[in-house]
Ligand binder design. Structure first.
Ligand code: MD3
Ligand code: FE
Length: 211
């Protein structure tokens, strides 16, 4: 007799050393109203890279520190350059979700001080890069996917090669740490699709310890 209530996908999957997928771990219905409020305070914007190119992913931040791109380089800043005011506080539900995910994935205590909020529209991609702007690379990174599914691409610790393609669906959390912390990674062009709560968009919350 098959178990009709068995989960469709395993709860926790080790992708490779230092990369854990927690499928369907987050409830986007709970998170989206917070994203709406936070980005009313600190609106989504297309930052300009130090090289002068406008990023295709729209971004905002919450928490004590926010990731910003400036002509002089990337950095974590306590205030929103658009308003001069501190970034909105990180909601406790965000912080707790990131901490639970890191603990479940085996990375122990995680105390994020930065939450980057990414927004993808149809056709938006994120080219391969490393996350290098955090002081202590021993902290893991927790990434929450919301809305339309995307194809995440995970490379090795040097640029190039053939990526591992990981489809990320609404509610999925990826945790990166240890040997995978400096892996190159990107997101393929978002395909046209509809999600009941986000329409054609995908949101991603990336929790980091910047300092
Ligand atoms: C792998 N964002 O904001 S999150 C980013 O879906 C970023 O918006 C993507 O890459 C997104 O920097 C992917 C997943 C992620 C974040 C950090 C990583 C993957 C990572 C650090 C090391 C290796
Ligand atoms: Fe990244």
């Amino acid at each position: 007799m098959p178990d009709l209530f068995a989960p469709l996908r395993p709860e926790m999957e080790s992708i490779r050393d230092g990369v854990v997928l927690l499928a369907g771990f987050a409830d986007s219905g709970t998170l989206l109203p917070y994203i709406r409020t936070l980005t009313t305070e600190a609106p989504f914007r297309h930052m300009v890279t130090p090289g002068g190119r406008q990023m295709r992913v729209a971004m905002s931040n919450c928490g004590p520190l926010g990731w910003v791109s400036e002509p002089t380089g990337y950095r974590y800043a306590p205030t929103d350059p658009l308003s001069g005011k501190p970034w909105p506080a990180m909601p406790a539900v965000f912080r707790d979700l990131a901490a639970r995910a890191a603990a479940c994935a085996g990375f122990g205590i995680f105390e994020p001080d930065a939450c980057l909020i990414n927004r993808y529209e149809t056709g938006t991609s994120l080219s391969p890069h490393q996350d290098m702007d955090e002081a202590d690379k021993n902290w893991p990174i927790v990434s929450v996917s919301i809305g339309v599914s995307a194809m995440f691409q995970l490379y090795g610790n040097i640029r190039g090669g053939t990526p591992l393609n990981i489809p990320l669906h609404d509610g999925d959390i990826l945790v990166f740490g240890g040997p995978a912390r400096l892996a190159f990674h990107g997101v393929r062009k978002l395909a046209p699709a509809q999600h009941a709560l986000t329409g054609s968009r995908r949101f991603n919350l990336t929790f980091r310890r910047a300092r």
